[in-house]
Design a protein around this ligand. Sequence first.
Ligand SMILES: [Ca+2]
Ligand SMILES: [Ca+2]
Length: 99
Amino acid sequence: MGSYLKNQTECVKDNQAQVLWTNDQLAKIFRSHDTNNDGKLSRDELKAAFKYLGSHCSSFRTLRAFNHADGDKDGFIDLSGPELSELVSYAHSCGYKVF
Ligand SMILES: [Ca+2]
Ligand SMILES: [Ca+2]
């Protein structure tokens, strides 16, 4: 019984450890996934970013994030404008903590 409780506690701790992305950190991570350096995130690049963040369903996340953040619907997240902030707030709101 004692060791069962201990394991539970450790699990909770692990989850909490992943809560700690700040908006700045998320923005930095998204920027660093612009692998072809065109100043925008393509779907593949964003998917890689979600994978990096630990999402187990990164395709789904990518789609949702695009619907949310790609304001001009050009199929890219512009990293120099409001689309990046939208992306960050989306990622934050679905709690990069959970996965
Ligand atoms: Ca790119
Ligand atoms: Ca766009």
